[in-house]
Design a protein around this ligand. Structure first.
Ligand SMILES: *[C@@H]1O[C@H](CO)[C@@H](O)[C@H](O)[C@H]1NC(C)=O
Ligand SMILES: *[C@@H]1O[C@H](CO)[C@@H](O)[C@H](O)[C@H]1NC(C)=O
Length: 330
């Protein structure tokens, strides 16, 4: 029962949160158009529902995933953002018709781009909801041309454009957290595009590792060779409260190649822990909304990675807390 011991190990993943910082006023605020505070904007009547952003390493090009389109914007000039190239990627009329016949709103049937990651120095990997039938494609970063016929995107991208997902590519492999079925009740954390002796991996569905999660983001910590997934889900350990939402961090080791027998093609290093944001005498800020990480200074240990999270409360609309925290893996 290798799985069980892994489960108990997961409790050892400890996260430390500094006290909640609430009711802070921003250090800097200014009105749009204020002198010396130049804001550069880009908008186009044909571009809507922008959902994913990806900045090139040299920070000159911003790739944008939107509805039925991927754009490459030149952001290298301070005073203007210009469109460099655009890939139109929309479902055919027949696909749209089928989507609508399945009872979906026509407005939700376009291809909402939800995964946009660099695959290597020449290609971007992109996935979209594509009329509730997700597709993924290789796109050249220079010209935004599709270099192959799109693949099926099941397990890589949500079907439903209102479902949140997260994806990160490390060493040419795609790590994703998304819902992997049309009806939206099969959440999955999985690895794709593995080659050679490395195989694609996923969570075992039958063990209930995830409980109706909302995926928020994922981070790669190079020194630890780990991928972290951040999400919120229903906390089954709190069965005295109806549907108590709990924020989580889970980890996966990149060296994972799955296990034996029933664990073939399944993660053997998956572990999750709770992220608790709570000030004294207050209800917890239990719903993670977004997270970002600040890598440690050069030469500093990986433990110095600083995470910033935005949390809200399940019970109080409008309450928000911003947290910064380190994670210690014990
Ligand atoms: C990047 O990946 C694509 C798709 O697999 C491949 O065709 C291309 O040759 C790769 N480029 C490099 C520089 O490895
Ligand atoms: C797309 O944008 C429109 C207009 O802002 C909005 O009403 C709609 O909900 C968006 N669709 C998705 C899937 O986010």
């Amino acid at each position: 029962m290798e799985n069980r011991s892994l489960l108990s190990l997961s409790v050892a993943l400890l996260s430390f949160l500094s006290p909640c910082l609430t009711a802070l006023t921003p250090r800097v605020s200014f009105h749009m158009g204020s002198p010396g505070r130049h804001v550069t904007r880009f908008s186009s009547p044909e571009v809507s529902n922008t959902s994913t952003l990806l900045l090139s390493e040299d920070e000159d090009i911003l790739y944008v995933g939107a509805r039925d389109a991927v754009l490459a914007l030149d952001v290298s000039h301070q005073d203007a953002i210009t469109l460099r190239s655009q890939l139109d990627w929309s479902p055919s009329d027949k696909d749209l018709e089928q989507c609508s016949m399945k009872g979906k709103e026509m407005a939700d049937c376009p291809n909402f781009i939800r995964v946009l990651q660099f695959l290597n120095t020449t290609h971007i990997y992109a996935c979209g909801t594509f009329a509730y039938s997700p597709r993924c494609s290789y796109i050249t970063s220079e010209t935004l041309m599709m270099s192959m016929k799109p693949d099926e995107g099941r397990g890589r991208c949500p079907y439903d454009p209102y479902q949140r997902n997260t994806a990160i590519i490390v060493d040419g492999e795609l790590y994703t957290g998304t819902v992997a079925d049309y009806r939206g009740n099969r959440p999955l954390i999985s690895r794709h595009l593995s080659e050679g002796r490395r195989v694609d991996l996923k969570l075992d569905d039958t063990l209930g590792w995830l409980e109706d999660p909302t995926f928020i983001s994922s981070s790669f910590i190079p020194e630890e060779e780990k991928i972290y997934f951040f999400f919120s889900e229903v906390g089954r350990e709190y069965d005295f409260i109806d549907k108590f939402i709990v924020s989580r961090v889970s980890q996966i080791c990149m060296s994972d190649v799955g296990g034996q027998r029933t664990l073939q093609r399944r993660w053997t290093t998956f572990a999750k822990a709770q992220l608790l944001c709570q000030a004294d005498n207050e209800l917890p800020y239990n719903v993670l909304q977004d997270i970002d990480s600040l890598p440690p200074a050069e030469g500093a240990p990986a433990d110095d990675t600083l995470f910033y999270g935005i949390f809200t409360s399940q019970w109080s609309v409008g309450w928000t807390s911003i947290q910064s925290f380190h994670m210690f893996i014990t």
